[in-house]
Design a protein around this ligand. Structure first.
Ligand SMILES: Nc1ncnc2c1ncn2[C@@H]1O[C@H](COP(=O)(O)OP(=O)(O)OP(=O)(O)O)[C@@H](O)[C@H]1O
Length: 258
């Protein structure tokens, strides 16, 4: 369970990116967060692993208050929270398998990972993670030789190799074309259902958000303005979250009705 209790983030310079957010996310839920650019989506998910510290209120993961963890506690928390990025963040000049093994770094002593001495169990976990996103046949291919969608699947496998209890995905399909975006969202959904990993996904496209969200969170200027099933998010709801009429740029399949 992840609990936001009056969580507030004011950045140096004074931007109030998160403004008194209170909500609970039960274990295993698949949550999609939507809101205009600058609404605080990235800030919200980054408070979960302490990448962005709250300046007021609290965020609790399980029984751990993120702001009260010391250095070791924060390291342990980050080992349990996998992250998936818009730009994939792979090391392109090395193999897919080596990239996924980087997800094991939290579990392997530094000297061993530096020498590339991962154990057989680590390699097995990495290969199983690649199997989950059905790309195991690319294990020995250089990451730079993959398409964007394949690179994002490797990004997901790397996060899974951490054996996480929570997955945070920050605009995971923003660099992908529409069919590939659906493929990546389906893997995230399938992994959530099969492994029960609590998943928070920031999405820009509202049709995708509605299709995949078990629960949809709407943020506006750092505040919670909608919290309900994706299926209940009508055009009016999205207009309320965005504070304006919707445009073709707000949906993945531009021009299609929401
Ligand atoms: N490190 C920072 N320092 C100062 N201000 C920041 C920082 N990071 C984000 N902000 C500001 O905080 C607000 C929320 O940003 P955030 O990135 O969380 O929004 P977002 O909804 O994820 O937007 P986007 O979809 O554009 O990424 C914005 O006004 C942004 O400019």
């Amino acid at each position: 369970m992840i609990t936001f209790d009056d969580a507030t983030v004011v950045y140096p310079g004074g931007v109030r990116a998160l403004d008194g957010l209170s909500l609970e996310i039960p274990e295993g839920e698949f949550v999609v967060i939507v809101g205009l650019s600058g609404a605080g989506k990235s800030t919200m998910i980054r408070t979960v692993n302490g990448l962005v510290p709250v300046t007021g209120g609290s965020v609790t993961v399980g029984d751990r208050r993120v702001d009260q963890l010391g250095r070791a506690g924060t390291r342990q928390l980050r080992a349990e929270v996998g992250m998936i990025f818009q730009a994939f963040n792979l090391v392109e000049r090395t193999s897919v398998l080596n990239n996924v093994l980087m997800g094991r770094l939290h579990h392997v002593p530094l000297w061993r990972s530096t020498l590339g001495l991962y154990g057989r169990e680590d390699v097995e976990i990495a290969m199983q993670s690649l199997e989950l996103v059905e790309i195991v046949e690319k294990a020995y291919v250089r990451a730079s030789n993959l398409s964007g969608g394949q690179q994002q699947r490797v990004g997901i496998a790397r996060a899974l190799a951490q054996e996480p209890t929570v997955l945070l995905a920050d605009e995971p399909v923003a660099s992908l074309d529409p069919p590939t975006s659906h493929v990546v969202m389906k893997y995230l959904q399938e992994i959530n259902r099969r492994l029960g990993i609590t998943t928070l996904v920031n999405l820009h496209f509202l049709d995708l958000a509605r299709k995949y969200a078990d629960r949809l969170i709407g943020l506006r200027e750092g505040q919670l303005v909608f919290d309900g099933p994706g299926s209940e998010a009508t055009e009016e709801v999205f207009e309320q979250i965005y504070g304006r009429s919707l445009t073709a740029d707000d949906v993945l399949e531009g021009g299609a009705a929401l």
